[in-house]
Write a protein that binds this ligand. Structure first.
Ligand code: UD2
Length: 312
């Protein structure tokens, strides 16, 4: 019987958490609908008990939660522009699916759910760094949907006593992130294009900044969130990030060195729903989880470029 359930296990973050759990010798179940996940991401996870299924179906959620102690809920339809194009689909796969999962988790006697929140919840307020007691101010349908999931987590802790921990991820990147979709994270897109000698496009003036967070840091935060004492973390929301930021223009320059690309970027109008600057305050994650970033941005980017260079 599985101790851990990872939703979105064929996605970039889900497969990375599952791999870390399996490496520790844990019993892991994974579920994915392959709407965003990829079969190729399951290579190396053969020891995982895998269910192909969609969390929008309550019976599938019940099956996935059976016998499980801790859930890592990574399944989502990520991407701000995707949510701008189809807000109902984002709501279905981020909000309805999350509620179904929580209902099933409670019914199955799951002890704890660790939820993948998003830094987009902070919105476009000028105050930096973003700390957890700031009022949320979501500006895209995606941000609203991920924030709704956070509120459901807290409500299930308050009302039903289910332990929940929300990790607000800040622009996660690294190996296994899909570089092929228009909705992919910018670093995955840029790595693929620049290694192939293709010109990347920067939306806006490139002076927007992000707290780009290498995947190992996020996996580390998840493992800490699963193990931390309930009295310290249950019902809490904490940033999972590095606490430093960099502009897209500067990132492009570093990627030029790492990939050998010699051209300039193309510039196009800024995307609707986009946020100008993002930077996390990570002190609370330190206090509650004992979290510190373990891989910095440049090293993470170097490893990521090498991974894409090997041909994924
Ligand atoms: C948001 C969240 C992030 C995560 C993610 C999931 C914020 C600050 N971050 O990321 O935590 O939840 O959503 O999708 O809200 N861009 C280009 N060229 C491209 C692609 C993107 O210039 O080819 C720009 C884009 O306009 C944005 C930046 O790169 O300014 C980052 O875009 P992204 O889609 O990688 O992530 P973002 O910040 O929307």
């Amino acid at each position: 019987m599985a101790t851990y359930l990872v939703t979105g296990a064929a996605g970039f973050i889900g497969r990375s958490i599952a791999a870390a759990l399996l490496a520790r010798g844990e019993r892991v179940r994974g579920i994915d609908s392959f709407i965003a996940g990829k079969h190729a991401n399951l290579v190396g996870l053969e020891a995982m008990d895998f269910i192909e299924g969609d969390l929008t179906d309550p019976a599938t959620c019940a099956r996935a939660c059976e016998g499980v102690e801790i859930v890592f809920h990574e399944a989502a339809l990520a991407s701000v522009p995707r949510s701008v194009a189809d807000p109902a689909a984002t709501n279905l796969h981020c909000v309805t699916a999350t509620l179904n999962l929580l209902v099933a988790a409670r019914a199955a006697g799951v002890r704890r759910v660790v939820y993948a929140g998003s830094s987009s919840a902070y919105g476009d307020t000028p105050t930096l760094p973003k700390h957890e007691d700031m009022l949320p101010n979501p500006i895209s349908p995606y941000a609203v949907a991920k924030l709704a999931g956070e509120h459901y987590m807290r409500a299930f802790t308050r009302v039903y006593g289910l332990e929940t921990v929300v990790l607000r991820y800040f622009n996660v990147f690294g190996p296994y992130q899909d570089p092929t979709s228009h909705y992919s994270g910018v670093l995955a897109i840029f790595c693929r294009k620049m290694l192939a000698g293709e010109q990347p496009t920067i939306y806006g003036d490139g002076e927007q900044s992000r707290d780009f967070t290498y995947i190992d840091n996020v996996v580390h935060a998840n493992l800490l969130a699963a193990a931390a004492p309930a009295e310290k973390v249950s019902g809490q929301m904490v940033n999972a990030a590095t606490g430093s930021r960099i502009t897209l223009n500067e990132t492009f320059r570093i990627l030029r060195e790492l990939t050998g690309y010699t051209g300039e970027p193309a510039y196009a109008p800024a995307r609707a729903g986009d946020i100008r600057d993002s930077l996390a305050d990570i002190r609370l994650a330190g206090e509650l989880l004992g979290y510190r970033p373990i891989v910095d941005f440049r090293e993470g980017l170097r490893r990521t470029v090498e991974w894409y260079r090997q041909g994924e």
